[in-house]
Design a protein around this ligand. Structure first.
Ligand code: PGA
Length: 249
């Protein structure tokens, strides 16, 4: 039995006082035993949020990106080691907004995954197809290439520190959610890919999250699918009440 895993991705939202209040409200909660929660916040809040999250063993703090080098002349960038030094445990990599607006390729993501693992942190790796690819029935093929090129080089032991988030790009921030059948089909395909490459035990253990307009009203149905282990939540993670309802769905 895999635990429930719910991560909030605030993106470029919330002021620091708002983020502190939200994280404090989450940290005060007592979650079901088999539940892990992560808040992925803007870099400049992570230090303080890590201290708040330390009061709840099931709550963790994540970043939304990092650089692939361990240090050096990369003005404006942040390394995995720097994130680790402020108590961060997870890093989201490969979010579609990073791929689309910042030109992140599967090759760059491979290097970022390695950089995060080299520091002993955990990766929430995002994959997913755009609408055109879905409409032409290419979603499985597209996602497999994303997985193969960014994660295919790993060894099975790294997978204990990896969470995969399937996020159909057409569902992100659009209010248009994948149906539970669509989500289950893709999650099953992803788990089969992991099994083929890294063995059945690795596939059985890995958390595969759904992301894309997941909200209190649809979380329970999505999370009830056999291969959906939780969610990566954008808009609905910005309000404690909504996020907690999703965590408890
Ligand atoms: P959304 O975003 O829940 O606002 O659709 C999900 C995500 O981008 O991770």
């Amino acid at each position: 039995m895999r635990s429930r895993f719910v991560a909030g991705n605030w993106k470029m939202n919330l002021s620091k006082p708002e983020g502190v209040a939200l994280t404090s409200a989450i940290a005060e909660q007592k979650f079901n035993q088999q539940t892990e929660v992560v808040v992925c916040a803007p870099h400049i809040y992570l230090d303080e949020l890590s201290n708040i999250a330390a009061s709840n063993a099931q709550l963790h703090v994540g970043a939304q990106n990092c650089h692939f080098a361990d240090k050096g002349a990369y003005t404006g960038e942040i390394s995995a080691g720097q994130l680790k030094s402020v108590g961060v445990e997870y890093v989201i990599l490969g979010h579609s907004e990073r791929r689309t607006y910042f030109g992140e390729t599967n090759g760059m993501l491979k290097d970022k995954v390695d950089a995060v693992f080299a520091e002993g942190l955990k990766v929430i790796f995002c994959c997913g197809e755009v609408l055109e690819e879905r409409e032409s029935g290419k979603q499985a093929e597209v996602v497999k290439v994303q997985l193969q090129e960014a994660l295919g080089h790993l060894d099975a032991s790294s997978f204990k520190d990896l969470v995969i988030a399937y996020e159909p790009v057409w569902a992100i921030g659009t209010g248009k959610t994948a149906t539970s059948d669509q989500a289950q089909a893709m999650h099953k395909m992803i788990r089969e890919w992991v099994a083929e490459q890294f063995g059945q035990a690795t596939a059985d253990a890995i958390h595969i999250l759904y992301g894309g307009s997941c909200k209190p009203s649809n979380a329970a149905e999505l999370f009830a699918q056999e291969d959906v282990d939780g969610g990566l939540i954008g808009g609905a993670s910005l309000k404690a009440e909504d996020f907690l309802q999703i965590i408890n769905a």
